[in-house]
Design a protein around this ligand. Structure first.
Ligand SMILES: Nc1ncnc2c1ncn2[C@@H]1O[C@H](COP(=O)(O)OP(=O)(O)OP(=O)(O)O)[C@@H](O)[C@H]1O
Length: 260
């Protein structure tokens, strides 16, 4: 990244302690609009903790968080969402019995006047129209809007969940999506589908942090990759400048830190 670009989200010297456990040790990290940054590391390396700090679920023990260059403190996940930063959880949090459109519009329903003239009936048609437009913009082709999401495949459900998160962060700025293992439960084709959507979302200017244990996925979809090892960042470089063996070396600790 050039010095003229302001990161959408930046962490400076972030520490996170759980009692005596130092889960994050002086982490510097940044992601810019339109960029996909992979966050790799072995079990217990600190990836989830870092995502929790970025999503407002945890307050860091020390360090600074900047959103679009402005220093910020998140007191809750909703404060982070209001700042355009949204965590997408593995378990998706979709309402199974409801259709795609209802799921995409959850929490931001369009209301119209009911039979007695009071505002308060969900405008299903307007909601469907908006959902179609938003999916279209992301280049997503899904089953009919009226299909309950419980009838979708794992990959389609993940696509709906990602699209829903994207609609929540794309306001005036393009927002930041934090993805925790979005393909963990998916087969090959479904992973391809989700991978393509991640790329398209970045092409729309969304900044994306992708935590994954799937190295080929990270190599394919990420512009940049950072590796954590026991709470420290040991590598951070453009994907084009690294390879599978190097990354495995940093993940396992066999390779010395770039920053030592
Ligand atoms: N709530 C907690 N209380 C105490 N220690 C914790 C807590 N959450 C995480 N830790 C510790 O912090 C360290 C980092 O854990 P974290 O879950 O962030 O790693 P991770 O890279 O996400 O691992 P995984 O790939 O297994 O999910 C580990 O040593 C873990 O045991």
């Amino acid at each position: 990244m050039t010095s003229t670009t302001t990161a959408a989200l930046e962490l400076r010297a972030v520490d996170m302690h759980y009692g005596f456990v130092r889960a994050l040790d002086s982490i510097d990290f940044q992601v810019s609009q339109g960029e996909v940054v992979g966050l790799l590391g072995d079990n217990g390396a600190g990836k989830s903790t870092l995502l929790k700090v970025m999503s407002g679920a945890h307050r860091p023990t020390s360090g600074t968080i900047l959103v679009n260059g402005h220093e910020t403190t998140f007191h809750s996940p909703s404060a982070a969402t209001a700042a355009g930063i949204q965590m997408v959880y593995q378990d998706l949090a979709l309402v199974d019995a409801q259709d795609i459109s209802t799921n995409l519009n959850l929490g931001r329903e369009i209301l119209r006047k009911g039979p007695l003239g009071w505002l308060g009936v969900v405008d299903t048609r307007a909601q469907r129209k908006r959902a179609e437009k938003e999916l279209d913009r992301l280049g997503v082709r899904t089953a009919a809007m009226t299909r309950p999401v419980e009838m979708l495949s794992g990959g389609q459900r993940q696509v709906v969940a990602l699209a829903r998160s994207a609609t929540r962060v794309t306001g005036e700025s393009n927002g930041v999506l934090l993805l925790d293992e979005p393909t963990a439960a998916l087969g090959y084709e479904q992973t391809q589908q989700v991978q393509a959507l991640i790329r398209r979302m970045a092409d729309h200017g969304i900044a994306i942090v992708l935590v994954t244990h799937n190295l080929p996925l990270a190599m394919d979809v990420c512009d940049r990759i950072a590796v954590l090892n026991r709470g420290r960042k040991v590598a951070d470089l453009p994907t084009a400048e690294t390879d599978n063996d190097q990354l495995v070396g940093w993940i396992t600790g066999a390779r010395a830190s770039m920053f030592a």
